[in-house]
Design a protein around this ligand. Structure first.
Ligand SMILES: Cc1ncc(COP(=O)(O)O)c(C=O)c1O
Length: 379
């Protein structure tokens, strides 16, 4: 356990990562996968960090999932054996980068597509590189971001095209039910997960009836993975945020506050009648009110006096953020200037993309610094 005196040695603002809690969260995800007989391919857009990816693989993940091309490249170069790019890559230069790197490292590379243009781009790249690319068809299960809707008349022809083209292999279906972030409670999340599963099973049945085998059915968001009761028909999960947790799974009642592995340490640098002013603003906490702008979260984080972090009911809202300052509601407390608070952020994935390193809290109060090499890899 880290004491307030040990925290005082950490220069702020700092992103703290509780190592034991990180490991517990990774093992929880793996346990869920094992219990339901599905493969785990965690999404690394959450942490963007080699050490954490290696822990996930060591605990049993069969590979990783990435969003952006250059984020995926970082983990291909690291030597992760199987990388899924769960983002439509439609530009030939990016596909060339991915296929060259995957060939050099002998990485299994899977890519999603949800359009004819995307499939054509992957097929052309596969031909240029003389390889066969497994393609997952992205299905829209309610977030209405990317993906083909189940009632789209183009769905079966697109799957058939992937299956029939030289250079491509139809690997199956992939979805992300990000709308679960906006649910009211755990039952609401379960309903989203049930609907996601039902849509995917209907699509799979239709494709199989058309003679197109569907080897993989891949789902994954942290709320649905934590809340789901049934994984019937699912073959793999891709949660990302579960390694850290943040205000959303806590708000949804899926995990207690003590399961948050990532917090932000900040110092009170000034105070006025209404607020403690801290040295972490939007450049550390972000202005994000939760993933996918799904709603349900007010304020920019919950702050706790550092020596009192584990107590119940003493949270102070970070009500406003400037770039370099946060406004913490005083809430009847009398915290001195120079004292520290620990903040549970709204959305942990964006926090670490803003701050270049983790201060890892190890047993006995030791700290270590881990870098974030895929930070800012947005291309
Ligand atoms: C395609 C895809 N898969 C998986 C995830 C992981 O979701 P979460 O961070 O809720 O675990 C995301 C997150 O945005 C995603 O976009």
């Amino acid at each position: 356990m880290t004491t307030p005196i040990q925290f005082a040695r950490i220069e702020t603002p700092a992103v703290l990562l509780d190592y034991e809690q990180l490991l517990a969260n990774i093992r929880l995800g793996q346990r869920i996968a094992r219990q339901h007989g599905v493969a785990m391919r965690p999404h690394v857009k959450t942490h963007k960090c080699h050490e954490i990816a290696c822990l996930q693989i060591a605990e049993g993940a069969v590979g990783i999932t990435a969003s952006k091309t250059d984020e995926a490249m970082e983990f291909i170069r690291l030597g992760i054996g199987s990388v899924t790019v769960a983002y439509p890559v439609v530009v030939s230069e990016k596909l060339d980068r991915l296929l060259s790197a995957a060939a050099a490292r002998r990485t299994e590379l899977r890519i999603v597509a949800d359009s004819r243009e995307g499939v054509d781009a992957i097929q052309a790249a596969a031909c240029r590189h003389g390889t066969v690319v497994p393609v997952l068809l992205k299905i829209d299960v309610g977030l209405h971001r990317c993906g083909v809707r189940e009632d789209d008349p183009g769905l079966v022809p697109l799957a058939r095209r992937i299956e029939g083209e030289s250079g491509l292999r139809f690997a199956g279906l992939l979805s992300h039910a990000g709308q679960a972030y906006g649910a009211k409670d755990a039952d609401g999340v379960r309903a989203v997960a049930r609907e996601e599963c039902e849509i995917l099973m209907r699509v799979r049945a239709r494709l199989e009836k058309e003679g197109i085998p569907v080897p993989t059915v891949s789902v994954g968001s942290t709320p649905t993975v934590l809340a789901s009761e049934s994984y019937d028909g699912i073959t793999e999960i891709r949660p990302g945020n579960y390694v850290f947790m943040d205000r959303t799974p806590i708000r949804l009642g899926l995990v207690p506050k003590s399961q948050a592995a990532l917090t932000v340490l900040a110092t009170i640098v000034s105070r006025n009648a209404d607020y403690f002013i801290i040295d972490a603003g939007s450049k550390v906490l972000s202005s994000d009110l939760g993933a996918h702008s799904a709603g349900g979260i007010a304020d920019y984080g919950l702050a706790y006096p550092v020596g009192d972090y584990d107590a119940k009911g003493n949270e102070l809202a970070v009500r406003k953020v400037s770039e370099e300052h946060g406004f913490v509601v005083r809430g009847g407390q009398d915290l001195p200037i120079g004292s520290q608070v620990r903040i549970i952020p709204n959305h942990s994935c964006v926090v670490i993309n803003l701050v270049g390193e983790y201060t890892v809290l190890k047993a006995g109060g030791d700290t270590e610094v881990w870098q974030v090499p895929a930070r800012g890899r947005v291309r």
